[in-house]
Design a protein. Structure first.
Length: 112
């Protein structure tokens, strides 16, 4: 939770929520909802994304933050994320083409 608090306090993300996602993951970490990846509903060529969205419910009204990733290898849809020992793990799903299974488990870096 401390890392998420620091991350949303930086100016590295934009105050923007997800628009039209499906097959993404969501993990609740105390007052935060962490959403990763998924498939955008827009009709673009690159529909699988690897953006990290954080919903911060500590204040009223709550705020969304978007942190785009440059790692093409972490583009996923149909995956799961889970929190274990203060790390957020990315498990399974399909890769950037939406068809190739991803057997590896990755930890997502949540650094301010």
């Amino acid at each position: 939770m401390t890392q998420l608090s620091r991350l949303v306090g930086t100016e590295k993300g934009s105050q923007q929520g997800p628009k039209g996602l499906r097959h993404h993951s969501c993990t609740v970490v105390a007052p935060f909802a962490v959403i990763f990846g998924g498939e955008t509903l827009a009709r673009g060529r690159d529909a699988i994304c690897n953006d990290l969205y954080i919903y911060d419910a500590r204040a009223s009204p709550a705020s969304w933050f978007r942190f785009p990733s440059s790692s093409h290898a972490q583009k996923r849809c149909g995956h799961r994320t889970c929190l274990w020992n203060d790390k957020l793990y990315l498990v399974g799903g399909f890769g950037a083409d939406g068809k190739t299974p991803c057997p590896e488990i990755c930890s997502l870096r949540i650094l301010p």
